[in-house]
Design a protein around this ligand. Structure first.
Ligand SMILES: [Zn+2]
Length: 450
């Protein structure tokens, strides 16, 4: 199946910067930012084109024309809404009767409904529904056609997404945060992927987290020895504990390498915490009251002014890491008899990342993941660590003497005697050669005298 071509149109921009909120939000800038965040989220699944990538003027009719020239399968124009300060919520306008007739109506509505559902869920804003608007002036040459030019002139299903009201002070405050704009972008991406039932990359190229070890302990030790020799002991912990969770130990070890910078701990979490995967390290130090969400308080704790969780010993830290990875890899309950050690297990969208590549939200078809936004997070674990570990040869075992072969003794003695004969012959040849050289030397002397 060929990839769908999605054109994204960030509304306004350039000379058209008048739409703004009461405290300075500019629609042209806000929607451009959302579009620029959206693009990389779509690239694994779609071909993507933006009608503008900076603050430049694009004429209204040029927007659908650009999408048409590019051959878009869907045009998504991104806006924020304006009305009275009380008006609130998200809505999507979609094709009904464009210049090419009603052919795009059903598809546009189908996609709009799916994207709207994701948007409402992600933003928590009021659901104003999906809508159409037609020109109702009978004296207009375009009477009865889609009111919005971007939709009317598109040669494909088209949507105008209104991601909240910048004229509403509460929604303007949200629109001014990068966090919210990221949420909007992720929701649109998740909706579009759901609508076209694309999983992003072909799953056969992805790296499963569950499964048996594909690297031996010897291999892992040999690799880690080159990278972080003080931490080679972790290999046995990961290889001992992972099988009970059905996880690949090398995947978890490589994630720990990524999270700790090969155990140099350049970030906020420190080695004494036994927190090898940065669990609950949010960038804000704990106030000492960070909730454990059911994790065993005898083995896990938070301390005031310390970033991330603290585990009582190394095996506990490794097991908590594996549990957290388990939460992403599967929606199964913890294996029987296991005590909860990850203080963030219950916050995970269970089973949302069965593949390493999906651990970064940016590459996860559901837009969630271990790392936010996590661009290249999972790919980096595979490319920069796992591939290299799997390519490492274990150290060679000491050479083993071959068993004695009785029939070979005779052969060796024969060969030895032949070699000694040849050596004798060689000595004779050398002697003769020396004599000839002497003779030649004498002749040359005589020739010189003449
Ligand atoms: Zn607008």
């Amino acid at each position: 199946m060929s990839r769908k071509k999605i054109a994204i149109d960030p509304g306004h921009g350039g000379e058209d910067r008048a739409n703004r909120g009461p405290t300075g939000y500019v629609e042209a800038d806000g929607v451009l930012d959302i579009a620029l965040r959206l693009k990389p989220l779509l690239l694994d699944a779609f071909d993507v084109y933006l009608t503008r990538e900076s603050d430049v003027t694009v004429a209204l009719n040029d927007r659908p024309a650009k999408a048409n020239n590019w051959g878009a399968d869907l045009l998504v124009s991104i806006h924020t809404n304006a009305a009275s300060p009380e008006a609130q919520g998200v809505e999507i306008w979609h094709s009904k009767n464009g210049e090419w007739g009603t052919v795009f109506q059903a598809e546009a509505k189908r996609v709009a409904l799916i994207v709207q559902e994701e948007l409402v869920r992600a933003t928590g804003l009021k659901d104003r529904g999906v809508k159409t608007r037609l020109v109702d002036r009978r004296d207009s040459p375009i009477y009865g056609l889609d009111y919005y030019a971007v939709i009317r002139r598109a040669k494909c299903p088209a949507l105008i997404i209104e991601a909240g009201f910048h004229t509403n002070p509460v929604e303007e405050a949200k629109l001014k945060t990068a966090d919210f704009r990221q949420k909007v972008a992720e929701a649109i991406a998740a909706g579009l992927k759901k609508a076209y039932q694309v999983k992003g990359d072909d799953e056969s190229n992805l790296t499963p987290i569950k499964g048996e070890a594909q690297a031996t302990r010897e291999q892992a030790r040999a690799w880690l020895q080159q990278k972080a020799p003080d931490w080679v002991f972790l290999v046995d912990l990961y290889w001992d504990i992972a099988p009970a969770y059905g996880l690949r130990p090398e995947v978890a070890l490589c994630q720990a390498c990524k999270e700790t910078g090969l155990f140099r701990f350049g970030g906020l979490v420190q080695p004494w915490q036994n927190n090898f995967c940065g669990l609950a390290a949010t960038g804000q130090a704990s106030d000492g009251n960070t909730p454990l969400y059911g994790a065993d308080p005898n083995r896990v704790r938070f301390e005031k002014n310390v970033h991330g969780a603290i585990f009582i010993d190394r095996p506990t830290g490794v097991e908590a890491h594996l549990q957290h990875l388990f939460a992403y890899a599967t929606d199964e309950p913890l294996p029987a008899g296991k005590v909860l050690l990850s203080p963030r297990f219950k916050l995970v969208k269970r089973g949302s990342a069965p593949f390493v590549e999906y651990l970064g939200a940016a590459e996860n078809p559901a837009g969630v993941g271990w790392a936010y936004p996590g661009v290249d997070y999972g790919q980096s674990i595979v490319r920069d660590y796992l591939t290299l570990l799997l390519r490492t040869s274990p150290p060679l075992s000491p050479p083993v003497a071959p068993p004695p072969d009785p029939s070979r003794g005779e052969t060796i003695r024969e060969l030895e005697s032949r070699v000694s004969l040849l050596q004798q012959e060689l000595t004779q040849v050398k002697d003769e050669l020396a004599k000839y050289r002497q003779a030649v030397g004498a002749i040359q002397e005589i020739v010189k005298e003449f």
